[in-house]
Design a protein around this ligand. Sequence first.
Ligand SMILES: [Fe+2]
Ligand SMILES: [Fe+2]
Length: 270
Amino acid sequence: MRVLFIGDIVAKPGREILKKHLAVLKKEMNIDIVIANCENLAHGFGMTAKTIDEVILYGVDIITGGNHSWDKKEINPFYDSYNMLRPINFPDGVCGRGSLVFEKNLQKLAVVNLLGHYGMGMVENPFNMIEKEVQRLQNEGIKNIIIDFHAEATSEKNALLFMLKSKVSFIAGTHTHIGTDDLLIKDGTGYVSDVGLTGCMDGIIGMDIDAPIYRFKTGIKKNYDIPKKCKKIFQAIIIDIDGNGRCIDAKKIKAYDDQAPVITMESVRI
Ligand SMILES: [Fe+2]
Ligand SMILES: [Fe+2]
């Protein structure tokens, strides 16, 4: 099974570069399933049905979220009508689900969305919750498991790798929007601390620079906006999983504006 995992898609520039590259990439690289973090899909904050429909049209199969999952309330009633996740460690009663099993070509893939602790709102303990969920999926006979760990701290992400190595296929870090160079495979579990954003590369984490700089200089928040014009980047991980749910290869792929996608990093085995 070959899966493409796309990091946080930020607003219109992210959707535009997705449109430019995803269909060709899927065909040329024989991608079976596409997962994309979409928490910043609609103008940087949350998602709408229109923007979700758009990325599905471009080829996304499974949508994950994060701390921005609830920014656009109008999507809440439609959570279960899409293959869409929000972090699993929100309390019972919150709309949507944090785990799903997707079937394609007679193969099953479980995707779980998890929110970190550091710098995030108050949610259930991610480490205890994911341990139970992985056990539950394994009890159901699911071997292929990918986790979108949406977290600020690389230490939390790293800890999850050592806690779940050999138990899940891949742990993809999201949320920081800054891609990291630590793509690796340990005991059959692939890992990267952060996939990096898909959107404006010459903004601050995909946003116009004025509001964040003003905030950092003064401590006062201003409305964040999307740059009117920018250089765009597409970032994703190609994940190969064998018949036993073990990651056998992973590659980082990037594309800039109109340039064809290139593999920029191979996974290292540790
Ligand atoms: Fe994000
Ligand atoms: Fe986030």
